[in-house]
Design a protein around this ligand. Structure first.
Ligand SMILES: [Mg+2]
Length: 183
């Protein structure tokens, strides 16, 4: 099967990554606010005027890479993808990223030897046909459910998303592996 896999909030821990960068830059201690994170409210938690200002900071500079360069993978994420690829599933990476984040995203996938031959940078993820999708975005999940009715759409359960009719809740990588194995 073709497994369409999101990156941030699914394979890699974007929030822990930008918080660590924020701690380095501003001496903050934001780790405890994880459960307050909603979709697009990050700037209110860390002193930026708006999300545009947040992304300008996250983009990095000539002196250092963007926040997407040094994120930690979630436990079990890469190993599970390798198992699924070994079981002859196609790992299709589908990630919504601004242009400036593309090189660091490709470097990250190479660094972690993510087993894929297909990487899409798309905001409308339903344009990439897959049998199963795994995403955490409260904007993307409804789009996938409505545009890909024949597919199994999985919600990676996170504090910033909620259950959705037509989507299957997955609370981590072991659950996703089990779900794919049962299809
Ligand atoms: Mg995501």
């Amino acid at each position: 099967m073709r497994l369409g896999i999101d990156m941030d909030g699914v394979i890699c821990d974007f929030n822990a990554g930008w918080m660590a960068r924020h701690r380095d830059d501003f001496g903050s201690d934001l780790a405890a606010i994880d459960t307050e994170i909603k979709w697009d409210n990050l700037h209110t938690l860390c002193g930026f005027a708006d999300m545009e200002a947040f992304w300008r900071w996250a983009q990095g500079s000539e002196d250092r890479p963007s926040v997407f360069r040094h994120l930690e993978p979630f436990p079990g994420a890469v190993d599970t993808l390798r198992e699924l690829a070994g079981a002859k599933h196609e790992i299709v990476i589908i990630t919504a990223k601004p242009d400036w984040a593309v090189p660091d995203t490709l470097r990250w996938l190479a660094d972690h030897e993510v087993p894929t031959r297909e990487i899409h940078f798309r905001h409308r993820k339903s344009t990439v046909a897959c049998d199963v999708y795994l995403d955490d975005s409260p904007l993307v999940l409804p789009e996938l459910v409505s545009r890909r009715p024949a597919a199994t759409v999985c919600r990676m359960v996170r504090p910033w998303n909620t259950p959705l009719d037509g989507a299957v809740d997955v609370d981590g990588w072991p659950a996703f592996r089990a779900l794919v194995g049962g299809l």
